[in-house]
Ligand binder design. Structure first.
Ligand SMILES: Cc1cc2nc3c(=O)[nH]c(=O)nc-3n(C[C@H](O)[C@H](O)[C@H](O)COP(=O)(O)OP(=O)(O)OC[C@H]3O[C@@H](n4cnc5c(N)ncnc54)[C@H](O)[C@@H]3O)c2cc1C
Length: 414
């Protein structure tokens, strides 16, 4: 059924009792052409583009918990593509541009809001870094500009630009960056996958990867054995666990990244602001809550929880930048397990196990990449080789020392 204003009016006549389920409760079939492990945004987008772009529709998406219950439903939803290196700019910009029309494409309102993202420069070092990124972006066809403090204040009047420790010296501004509704992105893709006849199977944990003669043959799950011709592992913070099951190791660390929201207040900020030097970022949700992102734990762990240390550290940083939030009450805090690579760039790659592919390493910044990443991963799974968007993100780059260093672009959790 197509969602539309007309359909809402029609359903109102029967008390909204006639809406079909957005996706069914599928029981696993014995075999699929492709299995995607992980029903986060990246897994669901991979399945969607497998069906849409490559006609592979005998697909199951297996999720150990609930759909979007990993980092996809826990992030602070910032979307931007102002990365430094060419391969990063290409995939993040592809993703950002897909976000522009994603609601229409999925017939599901993902609430993409291109309200503009600014990354504050609060040291001379950052000014030089962002000027360099703005110039690189110009060559890459990504629209960004370096703006002076007066323009920062104009775009976001609640910023204290003359801060005592770190005055604002300018900002890298991407006017078409913004936010989207994270759950809706997962739900929209899931609904389309189900519509194409794919099985979205929740509460189905993969516990082993089976193989013969160096090629994957299927997985063992809490709902039984399922065979497949191809396997895509797309489980973010649990990638190391799945890779271990498939018999290879990954150069990633899993750590908890934290965020918090305040009580809702009247609209006071209509852009996204990231302050890397003091280490915090903030935007205002449609409900009025200030959505605040902080740092990652300094040790590896799998606990999807917040901690007091981070509240204090993050709020201290933001009060310096936005003094008006000092009297706000904080409502909720949480954490998600992010998968960090050494060069802060993702892995979209074939693996040592034949017909088994992996998408991970998006670390603190993969929400913005969901459509582009799904597009590129689907292309790789369908053709058996990475296409142009994914070519540079292979696992072999760590062996060859061919890093895609984005530690500046990814300097603050985002
Ligand atoms: C606090 C926080 C703030 C963030 N802010 C931003 C931001 O502002 N902008 C941005 O771009 N990015 C942000 N990110 C990063 C972003 O959320 C992630 O990079 C992205 O959501 C990863 O998506 P995913 O689909 O790969 O992973 P996930 O959404 O985590 O999905 C992986 C799924 O795999 C499932 N799974 C794991 N093991 C198994 C198994 N054995 N069997 C079956 N299923 C399994 C999990 O349950 C999970 O649902 C943030 C992250 C956090 C935690």
């Amino acid at each position: 059924m197509r969602y539309s204003a007309f359909e809402i009016a029609r359903q109102a006549l029967s008390g909204h009792k006639g809406w079909p389920r957005a996706w069914g409760d599928a029981t696993p079939k014995p075999r699929y052409d492709a299995i995607v492990v992980g029903a986060g945004g990246h897994g669901l987008a991979t399945a969607y583009y497998l069906g849409k772009n490559h006609g592979v529709r005998n697909v199951a998406i297996l999720e150990k918990g609930w759909l979007g219950g990993g980092n996809t439903g826990r992030n602070t939803t910032i979307i931007r593509s102002n990365y430094l290196q060419d391969p990063s700019a290409a995939i993040y910009e592809k993703s950002r541009s897909l976000y522009e029309t994603l609601s229409q494409e999925l017939n599901y309102n993902v609430m993409f809001s291109p309200r503009g993202v600014m990354m504050l420069a609060q040291t001379e070092h950052e000014v030089r870094g962002y000027l360099r990124t703005a110039q690189a972006n110009a060559l890459q066809g990504v629209q960004t500009e370096f703006i002076p403090p007066a323009r920062v204040k104009e775009l976001c009047p609640i910023i204290e630009t003359r801060g005592p420790r770190y005055p604002v010296l300018g900002a890298l501004w991407q006017a078409r960056g913004g936010t989207a509704r994270h759950d809706a992105v997962a739900w929209g893709y899931a609904r389309k996958c189900a519509e194409m006849g794919m099985d979205v199977i929740q509460q189905c944990e993969v516990t082993a990867v089976r193989s013969r003669n160096g090629k994957v043959t299927g997985v063992t799950t809490t709902k039984g054995e399922i065979d497949c011709a191809k396997l895509a592992i797309v489980v973010a913070g649990h990638s190391g666990v799945l890779a271990d099951m498939a018999g290879f190791r990954l150069p990633i660390e899993s750590v908890a990244l934290q965020a918090l929201v305040s009580e809702p207040i009247k609209p006071c900020m209509d852009v996204v602001v990231m302050a890397n030097t003091v280490h915090g970022y903030m935007s205002q949700s449609d409900k009025g809550e200030m959505v605040i992102g902080g740092g990652a734990d300094g040790y590896n762990n799998y606990s999807q929880r917040g901690s007091f240390l981070h509240i204090e550290e993050t709020v201290r940083a933001l009060v310096e930048t936005f003094p008006m939030i000092s009297r706000l009450k904080m409502l909720r805090q949480w954490g998600g397990i992010v998968d960090m690579t050494g060069d802060r760039s993702p892995i979209i790659s074939k693996t040592p196990l034949g017909n088994c592919f992996i998408n991970c390493g998006w670390g603190t910044g993969g929400f913005k990449a969901i459509p582009g990443s799904g597009w590129a991963t689907a292309e790789m799974v369908a053709n058996g080789e990475p296409g142009p968007l994914a070519a540079e993100f292979g696992l072999e780059r760590f062996r060859e020392g061919r890093f895609i260093d984005e530690s500046v672009a990814a300097g603050v959790a985002h």
